[in-house]
Design a protein. Structure first.
Length: 220
């Protein structure tokens, strides 16, 4: 059997040519985000946004929780994939970035499906548990500050329904997870959550070497 192939620029361009369906609204949001400081590094790849939408549509979930909004590219992708009466609750520390995405959500006609919660994500998640109890969402997407990934993961498992998905972004973290010299808090957080998921018998797991590493977790 073949091993994992090495995807260079030419092969990635081939994948985009034959798979990516990024429309004008998404492209405009991507270009706007790329002009921001750190925008290119912080926003999800177009292929990943499409993959998230695919997961939402395939699983048929109607309630999505996103931890980490930034300018809302992934938010838009998932909001389009939920049914008209579905919802995407997205959390960010600052209203500055989601306000940029709001224009594009409106253009796409899905702004009524999106609820933005501003504040420290750990506090927002605890408030959701207090107000609505566990098992509220069919899918949770984690893409916020990496140092808090282990805490986000544990709260996500309480908020997602049995059989639901937790999708964890950046689980390869620019390759820093295997760099012995990388000892910063963010890298440590990603390493810890990866080890925790590996050993967690409450879930099924698949780590994908796509984008910056995407781990799919299914709550049993």
């Amino acid at each position: 059997m073949a091993n994992q192939i090495s995807a260079g620029p030419e092969l990635l361009e081939y994948v985009r040519e034959f798979s990516l369906r990024e429309d004008e609204i998404l492209r405009d949001l991507r270009r706007t985000t790329a002009e921001l400081p750190g925008g290119t590094a912080m926003q999800v790849m177009a292929e990943e946004g499409q993959f998230l939408a695919f997961l939402v549509a395939t699983t048929g979930v109607t309630d999505v929780l996103e931890i980490g909004t930034f300018t809302g590219y992934s938010t838009l992708c998932m909001a389009r994939a939920v049914p008209p009466r579905g919802r995407v609750v997205t959390c960010d520390i600052s209203g500055r970035w989601p306000e940029i995405g709001a224009e594009y959500w409106q253009r796409a006609g899905v702004d009524d499906r999106i609820e933005v919660r501003i504040g420290a994500a750990l506090e927002s998640l605890e408030e959701m548990l207090t107000d609505g109890g566990p098992d509220q969402f069919g899918l949770v997407f984690i893409d916020a500050d990496k140092a808090n990934y282990p805490q986000y993961y544990e709260l996500a498992l309480r908020l997602v329904r049995p059989g639901g998905l937790v999708v964890v972004d950046n689980t390869l973290f620019f390759g820093r997870v295997v760099d012995p010299l990388a000892d910063d808090a963010d890298t440590a957080g990603v390493r810890e959550v990866n080890a925790r998921i590996r050993d967690d018998r409450r879930v099924d797991v698949s780590m994908l070497p796509m984008a910056d590493g995407i781990t799919l977790v299914r709550r049993r």
